[in-house]
Structure formats: C-alpha cells, structure tokens
Design a protein around this ligand. Structure first.
Ligand SMILES: Cc1cc2nc3c(=O)[nH]c(=O)nc-3n(C[C@H](O)[C@H](O)[C@H](O)COP(=O)(O)OP(=O)(O)OC[C@H]3O[C@@H](n4cnc5c(N)ncnc54)[C@H](O)[C@@H]3O)c2cc1C
Length: 368
C-alpha cells in the first residue's frame, strides 16, 4: 500500500545505483562532481555494505610481480599494464577526493615473497618496463630486508614501490559522508530483487524488513553490487570468491610493517598497528569458496594460522576472524558494461578493488 506522499515525492529517482560499496559510492561521487544537481539514489541491502568494501585487508595496491606476470600471460602486456594503471590512478582519485587523513592512507610500501629461483633481475626489469611511465622502479629485490621485517620463511622478497594502506572503515565512512553531503540519497536495508525496463525508465522491486515487496522507478539504473550482479542480471557472468581473514592480538615489538603478497595474491598480510591481519587461502578449496555466503571454515582458518607460523616462526593469538565476498570476471578485467536494456553494470573488480573503484566511477561518468 503506497501513500500519496510516497507516490509523489519518494518513489522516483533520476539515477539509482544498486550496491553501496566503494564502487557504488565512487560512481555517485564522480557523477555529482560533474553535475551537483543530479538526483542520485543508492540502494544498499544492509545497514553497512555487506560484500567486500568494509571487510577487506585495506591494501591500496596495483599488482604484485607474480600477479603482473600472470596477468600479462592471461591478457597480454598492454591490457595488464592498463589494469595496473587504472588501480594506480583510482587510488589517486580517491585520495584527492577524500584526503589521506580521512581514509587513513599511509604509503606503507609492499612486498611479495616468491620462491628462491623465481623472478631474476632480468625478469624484474622486464616487468618494471611495462609500468615504468607511471610507476618507476616498481619492483626491486629486497631479500636483505627479510630479517628486519621478521620474516623467517624461505624465499626471495621483492619490494613494491608506491603501495599503501587505507583504513577501510574510515574510507567508507568518509566516502559515504562525501556523497551524502553532495546530495546523494543512501537507503540502507533495502535489497533489490528485480529490475525491469518499463518504456524509457525502470521498475525496481525492493524488499526491506517491513514491506515484503514494493516498487521504485528510476530513469537510469546502475548495478554496482559486484559479486551479486549475476543475481539481478542473468546475462552477467561473474564468479563470487569468498575471502577469509584473521587478525592477531597485539604483538609486542612487531617487526613487520607494510603489505605482503604471497602465492600470486592468494595470501595477503599487513600490519594493523601492532597486529597482523592475514587473509587468503581461497585456492585450498576453490569450489567451496565460490560462494556469496559469508562464513569461515576450519580448513582455511587453520591453514592461515599455520602459514603465519611458517612466516614468522611463532604462533600468535587470534583476536578476530571474518570473511568478505569478491566478484571475479573470467579475464580479470572489471566490467563497465551497458546491457541491451540500457542498464549499466560496474562489477567484477576481481580483487584489488579499493584502488580500482575510484577509476571505475570516472570511467562510467566519461562513458555516460
Ligand atoms: C577478505 C578480502 C580482502 C580484500 N582485500 C583487499 C585489499 O587489501 N585491497 C583491495 O584493493 N581489495 C581488496 N579486496 C577486494 C575489495 O574489497 C573489493 O574489490 C571491493 O570492495 C569491491 O567493492 P564493490 O563496491 O564493487 O563491492 P562490494 O563491496 O561487495 O559492494 C557491493 C554491495 O552491494 C550490496 N548488495 C548486493 N546485492 C544487493 C541487492 N540486491 N540490493 C541492494 N544491495 C545489494 C552488498 O551488500 C554490498 O554492500 C578484498 C576483498 C576481500 C573479501
């Protein structure tokens, strides 16, 4: 049952963005910066984003050496370079937009731990050449820093220049405040069930905790719910990937500082004050972790704990554990795509979306 007031003032928006994660909010920011009068509504199913944006590790990263090498094989050097560029550019956009202080950004630097025989000096130089115009001297051998960082696991350490860390909670809070202050209307606790074209606009069927189903209308619709996009638009092919993480208790005299990538990004570790945040292990049960359900498994949590011992030679007490949901495209390229029905989809950030999201907002606004 809809009232006259709801009908006349509340049910219609010019542009509706589905998904209130970093992508949805970055799109709103890009649109509103170009046109402050634009009427934008963001629909988020949960009180806080409940995908990846407030559940990640907070690396502001662009690609580790083995990731870049494997992406070059998968998509060719030009496309791999472009993807690194989009991430690098994306974090500059977000930092400028919100300020480093507001998002807790620090240029912490990063590392990748690789096997002893992997990535010799010539290979590193060849990788560096690919991104040299915007990330000079991106990778370098830093094995001599292992002891200072407390790393006891065997292998070679490669440093990654220019990587940073954000406080993902602060970033999302600040981005939400930014787009709200520019007039975007963020509606939490509403799950979009279907989107249907009706003439030149769209009907959006919603669920909230009070009304089981009701309809909004919108002139334009942007689907920005990443791993969940395939549920709304069948033609969109995306695979979800659950990421499980753990956080240690405070560690006195923690030596490790920065970001650490291991096994082509399947494991990721950072300092968080005097704690270690460690995540990954999806490769141990790829089929099982291809899910949009949040959750933890003993298999992966135990593997993470054992891996920590291998890395630092001691067992740490674990204070907190959680999971988040990523969305992957088959070619690892994010999707900025218009369906035949005219619905825009910005999804499939394929991991490393914190940096990328700022760029995708601009890419969509340019394409609009
Ligand atoms: C454990 C983990 C660690 C990660 N670490 C890093 C990292 O260190 N660095 C990095 O760059 N990236 C990292 N990522 C990836 C990064 O977090 C994501 O790429 C990014 O957050 C994607 O943002 P998004 O807004 O596209 O998607 P999401 O954050 O998933 O947002 C989508 C939103 O849509 C909402 N939604 C879904 N369906 C509906 C619906 N039907 N109606 C309304 N709302 C809906 C969801 O609740 C969700 O809030 C990590 C991810 C995980 C899971």
């Amino acid at each position: 049952m809809i009232s006259f007031w709801e009908q006349s003032e509340l049910l219609h928006a010019d542009t509706t963005i589905i998904g209130g994660g970093i992508t949805g909010l970055s799109i709103a920011a890009s649109f509103l910066e170009r046109d402050p009068n634009r009427n934008i509504r963001i629909l988020e199913r949960s009180a806080f984003p409940y995908g990846a944006s407030t559940r990640n590790a907070g690396f502001a990263c662009f690609g580790s050496p083995t990731e870049l090498a494997s992406d070059m094989e998968l998509m060719g050097a030009d496309a791999a370079r472009e993807l690194v560029f989009k991430r690098w550019m994306g974090i500059q956009i977000t930092r400028k937009r919100l300020t480093d202080a507001a998002i807790g950004y620090v240029e912490s630097g990063g590392y990748e731990l690789v096997e002893e025989g992997q990535l010799d000096a010539m290979e590193l130089e060849a990788l560096n050449d690919v991104v040299a115009d915007f990330l000079p001297d991106y990778f370098a051998n830093a094995t001599d820093r292992k002891a200072d960082l407390g790393i006891e696991a065997p292998g070679k350490l490669i440093s990654i220049q220019g990587e940073g860390q954000v406080n993902s909670g602060q970033l999302m809070k600040s981005l939400r405040n930014y787009v709200s202050s520019m007039g975007a209307e963020i509606i939490n606790g509403t799950s979009v069930e279907t989107v249907n074209q009706q003439g030149s606009s769209y009907e959006i069927e919603l669920n909230d905790s009070v009304r089981s189903s009701f309809l909004l209308t919108s002139q334009h619709v942007i689907v920005a719910n990443n791993a969940f996009a395939g549920r709304l638009l069948e033609a969109i092919e995306l695979k979800p990937g659950r990421g499980q993480v753990l956080l240690t208790e405070p560690i006195p005299n923690l030596k490790f500082r920065g970001n650490l990538h291991i096994e082509e990004g399947f494991y990721y570790l950072r300092d968080l004050g005097n704690r270690i945040m460690f995540g990954g292990g999806r490769n141990l049960n790829k089929a099982g972790e291809e899910t949009t359900e949040q959750g933890l498994t003993d298999q992966i949590q135990s593997a993470l704990e054992e891996y920590l011992i291998k890395l630092f030679g001691q067992r740490y007490k674990i204070e907190q554990r959680w999971s988040g949901t990523m969305g992957f495209t088959s070619n690892k390229q994010p999707m900025v795509h218009r369906t035949p029905e005219g619905i825009w989809v910005v999804a499939g950030l394929s991991g490393m979306g914190i940096a990328l999201a700022g760029y995708l907002g601009e890419e969509l606004a340019d394409a609009w």
